[in-house]
Design a protein around this ligand. Structure first.
Ligand code: FE2
Length: 391
């Protein structure tokens, strides 16, 4: 009987024992966020709570082990962050310069009063593999290429098919223009839905910038969005100047009125869009926008269609963008390809190009023009818009 009892204890405790002994490891990433001329965020996750840092080195041909590389820690108000989501902001980089980076995490076993016990280390492989290399933006660049996908709704095959059309040797940035997920319920969904695929294709070395869609706002994990997709300002709307283009990235929020039954009383997007409009009015006065030869707006919900969110975009953002000479708005949300030029009576005085859920925008700006082209899943060009430099 006693033996049977011990066998029972061994059996019921086995799953817990197996789980508790899982090796400390990196689970997702690393990937780049908020890359600018002199800084970048690097994000990754681990299966257990840890402190984290990045070792950064120029991509100058020296061996990574040639010397001690500078360490930049994940920290907040002077305290190293203990988390499973690691976000290291690196500033003070040189513009138009290539860097290598190695991510490093050390498990925190316990933290009681003054005593912290550390566990194992999980870091990027350096000895046999090449570390990822990224290049900071060049303010003097005359030529820039970028790609935009949106409304993938967790379809990794489509993401692979569309991003497979990008010439990565000549593409400096990628925008995810919203609704990459159906909703946001946990961390695993972010990575299983699209982010692991993005990382395997480009996101550890080519920066991805996110314009949040309405589906990313839904679900009990939606409030964690900026932990995984940080921006330089901490807001989900921002200006991004790279070479001749100033991108105005907006967060258009939800599509129905805030009181809609679907939102269960959790939506507050009218006030959010009003605050964003106040920011936009000021931001459009900045030299990085005013002096840019090309002024491109990235916004998930377009300013037409008659739904509340669309009307809000038309009423709160578009007049400011008209006034400031915005040259094109790239949108999604509708799951079809639409091009609306400025029309008599239309709110917008620039073309609005809506990319479908089965196409990719590829664009190149140079001194002569900004050429924006749309390609379907098979790689066939289905539309194009040419923008002339504003100055
Ligand atoms: Fe949408």
């Amino acid at each position: 009987m006693k033996n049977l009892f011990l066998l029972f204890i061994a059996f019921v405790s086995a799953p817990y024992g197996a789980f508790s002994q899982e090796a400390f490891k990196i689970t997702h990433g690393p990937y780049l966020q908020a890359l600018g001329e002199t800084g970048v965020n690097i994000v990754w996750t681990t299966n257990k709570k840890a402190v984290a840092w990045v070792e950064i080195a120029p991509a100058d041909g020296t061996h990574f082990y040639e010397r001690e590389r500078p360490k930049v820690f994940a920290a907040n108000d002077g305290i190293k962050t203990e988390s499973t989501v690691h976000n290291v902001r690196i500033d003070g980089l040189q513009p138009n310069t290539k860097y290598r980076y190695r991510v490093y995490t050390q498990e925190v076993l316990s933290h009681e009063s003054y005593i912290i016990k550390y566990g194992g280390i999980a870091a990027s492989e350096v000895y046999r593999t090449e570390l990822p290399v990224f290049k900071t933006h060049d303010p003097k660049a005359e030529r820039i290429s970028f790609a935009v996908i949106n409304d993938m709704h967790q379809q990794n095959d489509k993401i692979r098919q569309l991003l497979g059309q990008v010439n990565w040797a000549d593409n400096q940035l990628v925008f995810f223009n919203g609704d990459m997920q159906n909703n946001s319920r946990n961390e695993a969904q972010i990575f299983n839905s699209f982010m692991d695929t993005a990382d395997s294709i480009f996101a550890d070395r080519i920066p991805m910038y996110y314009a949040r869609g309405n589906h990313e706002t839904r679900g009990e994990f939606a409030g964690q969005f900026s932990q995984y997709f940080p921006t330089e300002t901490g807001k989900l709307y921002y200006l991004l100047r790279t070479g001749p283009i100033c991108f105005v990235v907006l967060d258009t929020g939800e599509d129905k009125p805030d009181s809609d039954i679907e939102y269960s009383g959790i939506a507050d997007y009218d006030a959010y869009r009003s605050r964003q409009a106040a920011w936009l009015k000021e931001a459009l006065q900045r030299p990085e926008y005013r002096d840019a030869p090309y002024k491109v707006v990235i916004a998930h919900i377009p300013p037409f269609g008659g739904w509340h969110g669309e009307k809000e975009v038309a009423e709160k953002f578009v007049p400011l963008l008209n006034e400031a000479g915005a040259q094109i708005m790239l949108s999604g949300h509708l799951h079809r390809n639409v091009k609306r030029m400025p029309e008599s009576g239309s709110a917008w005085r620039f073309p609005v190009l809506v990319n479908s859920n089965s196409s990719i925008i590829k664009a190149t700006a140079d001194r002569r023009q900004l050429q924006i082209e749309v390609f379907d899943l098979a790689g066939k060009k289905i539309d194009a818009v040419t923008v002339q430099p504003s100055r």
